[in-house]
Design a protein around this ligand. Structure first.
Ligand code: GDP
Ligand code: MG
Length: 309
């Protein structure tokens, strides 16, 4: 599989700039997706297969004046205790060992419980500093705040606690500043306006194109391009909306097939590949669009990532 290799120019980072990787850990429903959306906006990334992130899933890039945080999801670590086999623990430990900072997100509207205990146990062996964000602070009655905070500081003595609300954003800039302060000094790793790493979108597009080629054999050889319109991290599920571009309406007919059967086949094959990549459920919606001569249309080509390099 080939990717465009153009690397956008990186800015000169100011003196004292910090950059690095932050593992985001938390059980389901504590608000990880909400927090990522709050921090970087709607367009957070899904998994990245690029070499250095096979164990850690790249989720989002957050750039401030002072730092760039690359937020990673650590697969497997939130699994219930009985599923957490020895090997999974080891691989989670290794993943945690590769980041600069760990952010453990909990539902701070509930007191610390047994479910938190095992993640804490796991993180106690990690070299990177761990920050604990007590989310859903907006639900906390001020009269109970101290008692709740207390239950967490007893659970994890020494870890900085940050009350936040991923929903309304309160406390999140303080959280980001605290995480950034624990990153090593270093230059930008991605362009300042990047919110996700782009090659993964291209890879998803390639998975769809692969299925088109696989299912249609010679009829549609090179006149097809795939454009990923939207990727939405929708709770446990990732929704991908994509358009398949063809040059002629006859090709559109072939791709859709009798009663939509061909497109269904393509979509289901691509979806299965995506689920392996993302390591989670995927909802894929495919459209087919006729764009005459897209191959000769330079603007369209660069939009699709074919930069010719
Ligand atoms: P994830 O499974 O960890 O990614 O959790 P989600 O981000 O999907 O959030 C789970 C639920 O908690 C959703 O209904 C969110 O709206 C809600 N939620 C997340 N953060 C907050 C928060 O700060 N305050 C409140 N009140 N609800 C939140
Ligand atoms: Mg989520």
């Amino acid at each position: 599989m080939e990717f465009p290799t153009a690397i956008p120019a990186l800015p000169t980072s100011p003196a004292g700039f910090r950059s690095g990787f932050v593992a985001l850990i938390g059980r389901p429903n504590v608000g990880k997706s909400t927090l990522l959306n709050q921090l970087v906006g709607e367009k957070v990334a899904i998994t990245s297969p690029v070499a250095q992130t096979t164990r850690n899933r790249l989720r989002a890039i957050l750039t401030t004046e002072a730092a760039q945080l690359v937020l990673l999801d650590t697969p497997g670590i939130h699994k219930p205790h009985h599923l957490l086999g020895e090997r999974l623990v080891q691989s989670a430990r290794r993943a945690i060992g590769e980041v600069d900072v760990v952010l453990l997100l909990v539902d701070g509207s509930e007191p610390a419980g047994r479910g938190d205990g095992f993640i804490v146990e796991l993180l106690q062996h990690c070299r990177a500093p761990v920050h604990l964000a007590l989310n859903k602070n907006d639900l906390v009655d001020p009269a109970r705040a101290e008692e709740l905070g207390q239950s967490y500081s007893e659970l994890v003595p020494g870890w900085p606690l940050h009350p936040v609300s991923a929903l309304n954003g309160r406390g999140t800039s303080e959280l980001v500043a605290a995480l950034a302060a624990d990153l090593p000094e270093g230059p930008h790793l991605y362009p300042p306006d990047a919110v996700s790493d782009q090659p993964e979108q291209l890879l998803l597009a390639e998975l769809i194109r692969e299925q088109v080629l696989h299912n249609t054999r010679e009829e549609i050889p090179h006149s097809v391009a795939v454009q990923i319109e939207r990727i939405v991290d929708d709770g446990p599920r990732t929704a991908v909306l994509a358009t398949v571009l063809v040059e002629r309406s006859s090709q559109k007919g072939i791709l859709i097939g009798k009663g939509g059967r061909m497109l269904k086949e393509i979509g289901s094959g691509a979806r299965q590949q995506m689920q392996k990549l993302i390591d989670g459920p995927v909802y894929l919606e495919l459209f087919v669009k006729v764009v005459p001569n897209w191959r000769r249309n330079a603007a369209r080509l660069s939009e699709l990532g074919y930069t010719g390099q």
